[in-house]
Design a protein around this ligand. Structure first.
Ligand code: E4P
Length: 228
């Protein structure tokens, strides 16, 4: 499974990129607002992210458009910013034809806010390069986000869609990830990607037994040094 980072914070993107584990970046309006982002600077910020990660690493930039025509126009403009820009559109009646039109032009769409298998299947059929089912937001309302994710993964992987096959698409991005267990379960289900906030990504690096092992390791080295 590939790791994307779910953030608009340039320092976090740089650090994850330096770890050598980063296969993509996703952002959304809340994440952009969190770093004090302004709409007027949005495109420049996306370009900065693209430069940090390099042109082989996809960067999802969310559109603010609400009609099909606006989504296509904005999608074309965003895609022209850098070769690794992926246009992020929320699944809805307006975005399906926009996704189809953009796919016909070779522009990749990440269809987001996916909460059901039918939505995911429609996204794949319309030509989405990536499909983002959400896990944590189901958990927030007392549902089981991982079971919902499994349904989406199994349904989508049953079929071929005639789009993006040479690139291995459409790929499923496990989104709204909150914990290392979300990452584990997504991998076991065969989700292609998990997009993980930096704090949760750091939690994935750690384990209490690893941290304890490191403490013992240091203590033992101190003993060895003292004996020398
Ligand atoms: C990513 O593409 C999604 O926008 C993101 O994972 C949503 O996460 P949240 O539910 O924590 O806002």
């Amino acid at each position: 499974m590939k790791f994307f980072i779910d953030t608009a914070n340039l320092d976090e993107i740089k650090q994850a990129s330096e770890w050598g584990i980063l296969s993509g970046v996703t952002t959304n309006p809340s994440l952009y607002a969190k770093i004090g982002g302004k709409l007027a600077d949005f495109e420049d910020h996306m370009v900065k992210i693209c430069h940090i990660v390099g042109e082989d690493v996809p960067v999802s930039a969310e559109s603010t458009a609400t009609t099909t025509e606006e989504m296509v126009a904005e999608g074309e403009r965003l895609a022209a910013l850098a070769p690794n820009i992926v246009v992020k559109l929320p699944v809805c009646e307006a975005s399906l034809p926009a996704t189809h039109a953009l796919a016909q032009k070779g522009i990749r769409v990440n269809m987001t806010l996916v909460f059901s298998a039918p939505q995911a299947l429609l996204a794949a059929r319309a030509g989405a390069r990536y499909i983002s089912p959400f896990v944590g937001r189901f958990d927030d309302i007392g549902d089981d986000g991982l079971t919902q994710l499994e349904t989406v993964v199994n349904a989508v992987k049953n079929f071929d869609y005639g789009y993006w096959e040479q690139e291995g698409g459409p790929e499923i991005i496990t989104a709204s990830v909150r914990t290392p267990n979300h990452v584990t379960q997504a991998a076991l289900m065969g989700a292609d990607i998990a997009t993980v906030p930096f704090a949760a990504l750091k939690k994935c690096v750690h384990h209490p037994l690893t941290d304890r092992g490191l403490e013992l390791f240091e203590a033992d080295w101190e003993k060895v040094k003292a004996q020398a």
